[in-house]
Design a protein around this ligand. Sequence first.
Ligand code: ZN
Length: 80
Amino acid sequence: MLLKLIIIGAVVFWIYKKFGGTLNWQKDTKEVKTKKQQDEDLMIDKDTLVECEKCSTFVVKSEAIIYNGKYYCSKECLPN
Ligand SMILES: [Zn+2]
């Protein structure tokens, strides 16, 4: 009788663990999706045009030089 209870307990624990594992798996999938979305957002962000602080030329964000939190089109426009 006691052995039966232990087996039932083990089965319940196994189901609980399996259920918990499934929940964790769903959480991981969600995190991967979020990371993919972040990458997509970053790709869009890279194509954004930013204005050069000195000569007002618009350059693609990925090619712009960031200096002191401001964007510059080339090294020539960087403050000395
Ligand atoms: Zn410039």
